[in-house]
Every structure is written in structure tokens, then in C-alpha cells.
Design a protein. Structure first.
Length: 211
């Protein structure tokens, strides 16, 4: 599957020397990174051990984090690996197709992907040569949002720039995907990822609506 660590590279500066990102923005970036990472590849035993230590709160995102921690305590990496295969790979294709073009048009490699590539190019971001999957994979989009917040591809993006990218490429379909992920018959660990993703997207949409 797509490698969100190398799926988007920049010809601009890597962000060295960029101004520090405040705690709230770091927390947003961390959630995007967490969700994107495990949609790109299943967690290892060490990852599950780390996830099991997360403490949530009584907000929707906090409740979802608590559920993710609980599931991580009672599932093995081998079980999640099989779950990931059934959900996203399968025999021919998995239970879900985690690409924006598919959710928006019913087909891969359609106009939403072309628009995304144009917008990524304007940001100085391009897919790594060794990555074959389309850039509109949900994990890659989460990784791009994380990078925009932290300034990995240059200076941290403004809230207006983040909002524009989110509304153009994430908001229109990611909530639907995360709800499907929660409901998928193969989902156990990934049901918790779906719950977290859905809750976080709701928070992001609400915050951007007043930005």
C-alpha cells in the first residue's frame, strides 16, 4: 500500500528552520499522522503497545482514542495484518477502496485525482518515484495535512491554506469513508480507526467553518 512517509516529496525546503508550531497545532498534526500511518500500513506489535497507553477524555475524539487504546490491548499484530489485508487488499480488491476518486466518482484515476495533483504541485509536493498508488489515498491525504500543519514541506501552511486543501480534498468524502470503515465486516482495530477519523474530521470541519 501507499507509503505516507514518502508518498509526497517537495522540491522546496524540508522545513528546517521553520517557526515552531504551537501545542494545539501539534496535537492536530499528531492525529493526522496517527490516522494516516495506520491507514497506510498495519501496526506492529510495538505500535499496538504504544497505542494501548493512550488516554482519552469525554470529547468524541477522546472517546475514540480510548476505544483505540482498548482495542490495541486485546488484539495482535497478526490479527490486524489479516484485517488490513481483508479491508484494503483482498483477492482482487479489498472490502473498501480508500481513494478519493473512487468515493467521489465511483472510479479510480478520475478528475478529483487530477485536481489533487495540480494542488499538490502548486504546493511543491510530488509523489515519490517508488510509490505507485494514487495520491488520493486517505492515508496520504492525512499525511499531507500533517505536513501542512508542521511545515515539513516548507513553512507551516496558514489556516486558510489548510482549510482550502481540506475542503477540496478531504471533507467531501473522508467522513463517508470513515463511517464505512467502522461498519465494515472485517473491521475490529480499524473500526476504532474509523471512529477516530470520523470524530476528528467532524472537529476539523467545525473549526474550519469558523476560521
Amino acid at each position: 500500500m501507499i507509503d505516507v512517509q514518502t508518498s509526497a516529496q517537495t522540491s522546496a525546503a524540508s522545513g528546517t528552520g521553520a517557526p515552531p508550531v504551537d501545542e494545539e497545532e501539534q496535537a492536530r498534526a499528531h492525529l493526522y499522522r496517527l490516522i494516516g500511518r495506520f491507514l497506510a500500513r498495519p501496526p506492529s506489535t510495538k505500535d499496538l503497545a504504544n497505542l494501548s497507553l493512550i488516554e482519552g477524555d469525554d470529547t468524541p475524539v477522546g472517546v475514540a482514542l480510548s476505544e483505540l487504546a482498548s482495542v490495541s490491548k486485546r488484539i495482535t499484530a497478526d490479527e490486524v495484518d489479516r484485517e488490513y489485508h481483508d479491508l484494503f487488499i483482498g483477492l482482487g480488491r479489498g472490502e473498501l477502496v480508500p481513494y478519493g476518486s473512487y468515493y467521489l466518482t465511483g472510479f479510480l484515476h478520475e478528475k478529483p485525482l487530477a485536481k489533487l495533483r495540480n494542488d499538490l504541485g502548486a504546493l511543491g509536493i510530488e509523489r515519490a518515484e517508488d510509490v505507485k498508488e494514487p495520491e488520493d489515498h486517505i492515508g496520504a491525504l492525512c499525511e499531507v495535512m500533517c505536513a501542512l500543519i508542521t511545515g515539513r514541506f516548507g513553512a507551516p501552511a496558514s489556516i486558510a491554506e489548510q482549510k482550502a486543501f481540506f475542503q477540496a480534498h478531504v471533507a467531501a468524502w473522508s467522513g463517508h469513508f470513515f463511517r464505512d470503515l467502522q461498519a465494515a465486516k472485517s473491521s475490529v482495530f480499524y473500526a476504532a480507526i474509523g471512529q477516530l477519523g470520523a470524530a476528528f474530521v467532524d472537529v476539523e470541519e467545525a473549526a474550519f467553518a469558523i476560521a
